[in-house]
Design a protein around this ligand. Sequence first.
Ligand code: AMP
Ligand code: GLY
Length: 441
Amino acid sequence: MNVLLVGGGAREHIIGEKIVKDNNSLYTIMSNLNPGLKRISKEFLIENETNVENIIKWDPIKNNKIDIAIIGPEAPLEKGIINQLENLGIKCASPIKEAAQIETSKRFMRYIMDKYKIPGNVKNAYFDDFYKIREYIQKLEYEFVVKPVGLTGGKGVKVQGDHFKTKEEGIKYAESIILDGIGGSKGVLIEEKLVGEEYTLQAFSDGNKIFPMPLVQDFKRAFENDEGPNTGGMGSYSMNNHLLPFIKKDDYEFSVNILGKIVDSLKKEGITYKGVIYGQFMITKNGPKVIEINARFGDPEAMNVLSIFEGNFVEILEQIADGNLKNNFRFLNKSTVVKYVVPVGYGTNPKSNSEIIIDENGILNNGSKVYYGSVNMKDGKLYTTHSRSIALVGIDDDIEKAEKKVENGLKYVKGEIYARHDIGRIDTINKKVERMKMIRG
Ligand code: AMP
Ligand code: GLY
């Protein structure tokens, strides 16, 4: 099969690896020259991933070579890349624009959860009118969160007690979202602040049913001990039993049920959701709650689950596209740890265009794997961009061994770079377990 993949990060690198594993040909479109994708692609195009008009003019697409497509990031989904590819008769295993609204409009997500009374929802209110924000917030009797409705790469959300203290500061930020058009002038959402531990649940959806993947915990904060600004994710881990130490089986099933209900509700709205659906949940003293829904694999979370995926990946993509998903795959009972190497300053002022030297054999010989992220290759040398550079993945029977493998591998990456060493470490995980015990009371 000839498979089209859009995206040039580490998430796409592992997706590409799964695609070519079963003798398929990979056609990649990426905005940066990712060396990992370059070497496994039959053909590639360097193009802005949201420039759909140019993308569909690419020869392999124009000449009907592509059998099936999968999209890594959310931005092309918002631009309707799937609608256009489907119009050309190409099968797709990612959602159409209308379905992807579940991520691209946080308002739409809450609207669906409110309308269909899906459990795990939080109190929320939407504003596009500058003048109503102050009155609403002044009356709130609980702490709150201010979110631009549109896409901001996970960086536009501000939480009371965390990013701002007083109601007045929250009001000012909410107003600035409207005034400055943050998130594409789609308005602002005020949500009740939840307290607990976050986790990721990803599932395959064919529009009619979902099949869940193992749970993952992503570390969003730039610095150790979960300090510093929010980022796209500095790393993540998953456990050999596919749960997390602070998530019980029934919480997992409850979360799976929520994702299933979202897909069903979209269907009632006349929208078929095909592709990976990603739930960012928080376990609170009142059970699992939905923080956000994404219309794709997570990055880094894709690396946790796909590292232990056993099955024919492209066959699954076809079943998704055909609305005919079967459970003919499995996830190994192994633990995984992912740590991203990022340019120094990532999260605030990243040092781009700085050379990174990586001894890939050194890393492999020490037992971990390398997925290239947002780097550029020029004259055989590797350079940082403003985003995450390289991910190292360790897989083993237990989490300590997996974490150790990644740490050993990190010694083989040099440059003006930074990584969080606490991710996946047992003391870090234990702190989260203790914290959840306190919150549950
Ligand atoms: P989002 O882009 O909606 O995932 O939000 C980014 C981050 O803000 C999340 O990963 C949470 O850490 C935090 N956050 C978002 N919504 C809430 C909420 N209702 N309560 C507490 N924290 C939140
Ligand atoms: N790791 C968070 C995301 O992919 O949205």
